[in-house]
Design a protein around this ligand. Structure first.
Ligand SMILES: Cc1cc2nc3c(=O)[nH]c(=O)nc-3n(C[C@H](O)[C@H](O)[C@H](O)COP(=O)(O)O)c2cc1C
Length: 299
């Protein structure tokens, strides 16, 4: 009896240790298996790819989905779609050749410009370039994009503060020596003066799912590819009117910028584009583009 009463607390302690150990092991196994399947989980250190945007780990969305999982609609719940005749512009071959060359020449002059003039840009021009971006194809015509146009100086400054704070950590800690070295030729760093100076900042959000007027959710297939294509059209439209930008993907700023701009949890920041005329003393790195033979395979 005496032996038993001495042993009981010892056994209880041993039992607690065993249960604790098992719980820790099962939590570790869960983390490892879920990271391999979902973009929303933290990347294991051995597989750390800092350029894969950690902004996609915005818990607010994950939580929202879990809470209301029954609220999704299938596309067949929507109305039948009419099909109408399509007619395209048809050009003689000579004109086609000329147009293709002209467009290439114009697009080949596009450069990422990090020195932007504060000179005002007509608002209607910005509306039109965004209309152009909105003509992009999208998975199942879901149009999963939101373009937030910021011209308010105070909001631009708030954006700058968020981006510079995160970018300094990115450059000093997250990006690693190789990435920082690769960028050094471009002379980029975490100081982003253009975020205050450019007359417009366009923040492009991808909608990871849609929310219908009745509150139900709709799958946005290939939303990131769709929004990336629309950004390509946006860049072309800016080039077409003589405006410049620099494609930027501010790492780890997404959740803060989304909250600042009061965007809903289904939206994730994909790109931040400062837009304006180039500064009169703007410079760009003297980069060369690959020739056709290096980028095209004709079979
Ligand atoms: C997805 C993507 C992300 C980029 N992110 C940045 C960035 O964060 N900061 C920056 O200064 N430039 C950024 N750039 C611009 C590239 O550095 C630039 O496109 C490249 O050096 C080629 O120069 P060009 O655009 O003048 O042809 C990015 C470009 C792309 C396509």
């Amino acid at each position: 009896m005496v032996v038993l009463s001495v042993l009981t607390p010892v056994l209880a302690v041993v039992l607690c240790l065993v249960i604790g150990f098992m719980l820790v092991r099962s939590a570790q196994t869960e983390t490892t298996s879920s990271t391999s399947s979902g973009e929303t989980e933290r990347t294991p250190k051995a597989d750390f790819r800092p350029w894969v945007d950690q902004d996609l780990q915005d818990d607010t969305e994950i939580k929202g989905r879990e809470d209301e999982d029954g609220d999704w609609v299938d596309s067949n719940e929507e109305e039948e779609l009419l099909h109408v005749a399509y007619s395209a512009s048809v050009y003689p071959e000579e004109t086609m050749l000329e147009r293709s060359k002209d467009f290439y020449t114009q697009m080949n002059q596009r450069r990422s410009v990090r020195f932007i003039s504060p000179e005002p840009v007509p608002r209607e021009v910005i509306n039109n370039v965004i209309r152009t971006a909105g003509t992009a194809p999208s998975g199942a015509h879901t149009e999963p994009w939101t373009f937030v146009v910021v011209s308010d100086p105070e909001t631009k400054h708030q954006i700058r503060l968020i981006v510079e704070e995160e970018e300094e950590v990115n450059y000093r800690q997250r990006m690693g020596d190789k990435w920082v070295h690769d960028l050094s030729r471009l002379k980029t760093n975490w100081i982003k003066e253009y975020l205050d100076v450019a007359p417009y900042l366009i923040l492009v959000f991808k909608q990871t799912y849609g929310i219908l007027p009745n509150g139900k959710k709709r799958t946005h297939y290939y939303n990131e590819i769709s929004v990336s294509i629309s950004c390509g059209l946006l860049l072309a439209a800016l080039q077409n009117v003589g405006l410049v930008t620099v494609t930027s993907t501010p790492l780890n700023c997404g959740p803060q910028l989304r909250l600042l701009l009061k965007r809903p949890a289904n939206e994730k920041l994909l790109m931040l584009l400062p837009v304006g005329y180039p500064a009169s003393d703007a410079t760009v790195p003297d980069l060369k583009r690959k020739p056709l033979d290096d980028i095209m395979v004709h079979i």
